[in-house]
Ligand binder design. Structure first.
Ligand SMILES: [Zn+2]
Length: 183
């Protein structure tokens, strides 16, 4: 077994499937951990070892604060990884059809990391617990409550707006986020 450090080249995608503890840039597989390289039966290359704090890996659950919402793309900063607050400065990319009607800048969304190809942290909001967990009214900035499965209503001005809500919305508001561990 070979010991590798984060950022060290461990293989290429022509030969191996990238597995746990790795990421891919331009077809080259790198280690995201300090650990030992192993190849399993399915020719998947994995790095067993301690993960780095603040570095998102495939399969992680993250909270993203959105900074840019376009028609089919959402960008945001990862502020929690698996329930731990981080100053990771990693930007998450979410591809979502009709994103502009479902998510707004400043919303907090719960998502899962699905790929780290080419240095981009791709996330998905598939699954009922994923989606917007915190948002405010677009008209007045007021507090909102769930109105329908995928809509919120402002308690200040009464506006109803669409949101791609997590089933945890409301239960998963600021106090819960604060209850997450800080490192
Ligand atoms: Zn309002």
């Amino acid at each position: 077994m070979k010991l590798v450090t984060p950022g060290e080249r461990v293989g290429v995608i022509e030969e191996y499937e990238p597995g746990e503890g790795t990421y891919v840039v331009d077809g080259v597989i790198y280690s995201s951990r300090l650990g030992f390289v192993e190849v399993d039966k399915e020719r998947r290359i994995v790095v067993k070892g301690k993960r780095l704090v603040g570095v998102p890996e495939v399969g992680d659950e993250v909270i993203v604060k959105t900074t840019l919402v376009q028609r089919n793309i959402v960008n945001g900063v990862i502020i929690f990884i698996n329930g731990v607050e981080v100053d990771s400065c990693f930007v998450a990319l979410l591809l979502l059809r009709g994103a502009q009607k479902k998510i707004f800048v400043g919303d907090l969304i719960r998502a899962r990391v699905i790929s780290r190809a080419n240095g981009v942290v791709h996330v998905s909001v598939r699954g009922p617990e994923m989606g917007v967990v915190q948002t405010v009214c677009n008209h007045c900035g007021g507090k909102v409550v769930r109105y329908r499965a995928n809509a919120v209503k402002c308690v200040e001005c009464g506006a109803v707006e669409e949101r791609l809500l997590s089933k945890e919305f409301g239960r998963f508001d600021l106090p819960v986020l604060k209850a997450y561990k800080r490192i």
